[in-house]
Design a protein around this ligand. Structure first.
Ligand code: PMP
Length: 374
């Protein structure tokens, strides 16, 4: 019997008076993530410089681990990736109970929303910053409070002043995505001292390993005497495992335990866990690549500055070009040359640091494009 013949007119989709399950009203105000990716040219190679990915493919040792773990995918992983948590605890010199993991650090943001935010709570963060922040806040029914960056840098005084009795959390991206700037440990500590103890501070250190400032902050170190601090890091960037989705957070047990309760069970898969364990073991080799990326960041920035482009100093694996109104047209021009960068309309261009060859292509494109007049 066909299903159509047994479906009553009232329950047929689109029928007059049909009932339909309604998504939560807060979803109406949430933009669908992610913005349109840049379009590769019809011909010739193209280079992904729009997601702050690591340009280097996994090391052979990591690939072997992945292949081995692939043979066991009929088995569930453990609820939490306990072996990885133990390895991280040893590396970071923190008790395992201070750790939380997720499918990428964006996964942990969802846990923050579930564990820490109530409808109507305020969440303070800088803008522009990581694009997930308004989504996480809104999804929880919380109220985003955006504090403009000043010259691409967090305005910590204004952020402290934006905290009210309704503030439940502050999200602080250090170094900041998309501008690459960092406030440094002295400023950060001064800010943390001003945040009330019942306000959670999420210190997003996704790009921590690329920072070379002598004043760089280290949230793991800071968390020992700050019960309201949660530091997030990821295997996606420096460790080059973006495709496998492993992120982690460090906080004192009350916060870490609450977040673990909200984790998707088995949310970090077996292959991801094994690959992250191997990546930790071969860290020295991986971090030679990080050094190369840092050196390329500086070389590329100097070259672009020399060509008359404005480029902010960066502590991350990307550069921010505040190209203003020209941002979209420049991005389109570079797209035609296969350089897929991220344009923020009327604001700037975020360009991931690629391999030396790709950075050379970028420098050539920049030399052949008029920089916006200042
Ligand atoms: N935080 C920041 C600041 C990011 O830029 C990103 C990724 N672009 C993430 C978190 C999420 O990374 P992942 O989920 O891959 O760990």
């Amino acid at each position: 019997m066909s299903t159509t013949s047994t479906t009553s007119a009232l329950s047929a989709p689109g029928a007059p008076g049909a009932l339909a399950p309604a998504p939560r009203p807060v979803l109406a105000g949430i933009p669908a993530y992610v913005p349109k990716p840049p379009a590769p040219p019809a011909e010739g190679p193209s280079h992904r410089l729009f997601l702050n990915e690591n340009p280097y493919p996994p090391l052979p040792s990591v690939r072997e681990t992945i292949a081995r773990a692939a043979a066991q995918t009929n088995h569930y992983p453990t609820i939490h990736p306990e072996r990885l948590m133990d390895a991280l605890a040893r590396r970071l010199d923190v008790p395992p109970g201070h750790l939380v993991t997720g499918p990428g650090s964006v996964g942990i943001y969802q846990q923050i929303g579930q564990a820490m935010l109530e409808p109507g709570d305020e969440v303070v963060y800088a803008w522009p910053s990581f694009e997930a922040y308004p989504i996480v806040a809104r999804m929880a029914g919380a109220v985003p409070v955006e504090v403009p960056l000043v010259d691409g840098v967090h305005d910590l005084d204004a952020m402290a002043a934006a905290i009210t009795p309704r503030t439940r959390a502050v999200f602080l991206c250090e170094p900041n995505n998309p501008t690459g700037t960092a406030v440094g440990t002295a400023e950060l500590k001064r800010f943390l001292d001003r945040v009330p103890g019942d306000v959670l501070v999420v210190l997003d250190e996704a790009y921590f390993e690329f920072s070379r400032s002598p004043n760089a902050s280290d949230g793991v170190e800071l968390h020992h005497d700050r019960p309201n601090l949660l530091t997030l890091r990821t295997f996606s960037k420096a460790y080059g495992l973006a495709g496998l989705r492993v992120g982690y957070g460090v906080a004192q047990p009350a916060i870490a335990g609450a977040l673990r309760k909200c984790a998707v069970p088995c949310g970090v898969g077996r292959i991801a866990e094994e690959a992250a364990l191997t990546a930790l073991r071969v860290r020295a080799e991986l971090f030679e690549r990080v050094e190369r990326i840092v050196a390329e960041r500086e070389r590329t920035r100097e070259a672009l500055l020399g060509l008359g482009w404005e480029v902010l100093p960066s502590e991350a694996n990307f550069l921010w070009l505040p190209a203003g109104e020209a941002s979209e047209s420049v991005a389109e021009e570079w797209e035609r040359r296969g350089l897929l960068v991220r344009a923020f309309p009327r604001s700037g261009l975020r360009v991931t640091v690629g391999s030396p060859e790709v950075n050379d292509l970028l420098i050539t494109a920049a030399a052949q494009t008029a920089p916006p007049s200042r």
